[in-house]
Design a protein around this ligand. Structure first.
Ligand SMILES: [Zn+2]
Length: 368
């Protein structure tokens, strides 16, 4: 497992070779080619750049960028919400009271109540991550908060997942917290895929760092459930922003997190991240557009494509196009194997993750 500490040991001067770009802070790194060391033929090597860059972008080495559609869509949604609120007040004044008028008028109170009860449910029922309870997850939350320059580390809880793969972030008052479903951990509180968990925790802490869980912002987005396309598009842009945070926190975990979302916590190893991402430009048609436009999260193939193509923000409405970016994961061996049957090589650790292939899993790199 690659840890950020290994990169922190480098002095900033070490990375400023001939290819160092003072604007992007990237040392000769073409985002379309992936960072140095990526690719199926080369083992991963630490990047020759300092671990922290103040510029915001889509590379894993700088600070994470906000999706370019997020703020414009937020402004539109806030304008619609404020207009709706004023109309509801007008209806109230003339005595035309119905369910929607009451709902919108009481929005500030309802939101405050909902956030307060949600926070208290975690405080009363969930396991609070600490140096002694789920220490691995706790450390990841602390590291992600530091990575994003946050002054306060959010609280973090584990709740019983009952088979569901999920996590979320929220807040109440000045408190901020993330909740991770227990299925993302293995027996003994260890992560099944530490890199994937670091990506997911980076995603959730990223929601907090980007201000998505503030009371005033959520009040301004109160009408989102009634705005199927524009509301969901704002949520989708926020999810891309959070993915950018997860990618900055642990880019190596992006494929693992997406594979778990696609195949679940047991069969994720049978999902080929790149093969699935390659389908993003191929599946087309009106209903593909509709399903994406109505989705609160980026559809999975587009989301995978966006995590692999770091030269531009994830697509909001039109499917990705162009040649597929280089593979992010190792190329699986050809199947069926050519030639006479060969004895199975002894199982060894995956060069990139250090983990052993499990049942039905293709080794990360061809055996040497
Ligand atoms: Zn999210």
């Amino acid at each position: 497992m690659q840890s950020e500490d290994q990169w922190a040991d480098q002095s900033p001067q070490q990375g400023r070779g001939p290819g160092w770009n003072p604007v992007t802070g990237m040392a000769g790194w073409d985002p379309r080619l992936g960072p140095p060391g990526w690719g199926p033929q080369q083992p991963f090597s630490p990047p020759h750049v300092p671990p922290f860059q103040p510029t915001r972008g889509l590379s894993p080495w700088g600070m994470p960028a906000r999706h370019s559609w997020e703020i414009p869509l937020l402004i539109v949604v806030i304008l619609v919400t404020v207009t709706g609120y004023l109309i509801a007040l007008l209806f109230l004044l003339v005595g035309a009271v119905n369910y929607y008028v009451v709902l919108v008028t009481l929005a500030p109170l309802l939101l405050w109540f909902g956030r307060g009860t949600n926070y208290s449910m975690q405080r009363l029922n969930a396991v609070k991550m600490s140096p002694t309870q789920f220490p691995e997850g706790y450390r990841m939350v602390v590291e992600a908060a530091a990575r994003f320059g946050m002054a306060t580390v959010p609280d973090a809880y584990v709740v019983l997942g009952n088979g569901q793969i999920n996590a979320f972030a929220s807040g109440h008052g000045f408190r901020r917290y993330v909740v991770v479903y227990s299925d993302l951990f293995e027996i003994g509180g260890q992560a099944r895929d530490p890199d994937a968990l670091a990506f997911i925790i980076g995603h959730e802490v990223g929601h907090i760092a980007a201000g998505h869980v503030s009371y005033w912002r959520q009040l301004g987005m109160f009408l989102v459930p009634f705005l199927p396309i524009i509301g969901n598009s704002l949520i989708r842009a926020q999810e891309y922003t959070a993915d950018n945070h997860g990618f900055c926190n642990r880019h190596l975990g992006a494929p693992g997190a997406m594979k778990t979302l696609a195949g679940g916590k047991y069969l994720n190893s049978l999902v080929d991240f790149d093969e699935m991402a390659d389908r993003a430009p191929q599946d087309k048609g009106f209903f593909v557009w509709v399903v994406n436009a109505m989705a609160s999260h980026p559809v999975l193939t587009w989301r995978m494509w966006a995590l692999r193509d770091r030269s531009r923000h994830g697509r909001m409405f039109l499917r990705p196009s162009g040649p597929p970016p280089p593979r992010m994961t190792a190329t699986p061996p050809p199947y069926p194997p050519a030639g006479p049957p060969q004895p199975m090589p002894p199982a060894g650790p995956d060069d990139r993750t250090g983990s052993y292939p499990g049942y039905g899993e293709i080794p990360g790199l061809p055996p040497r």
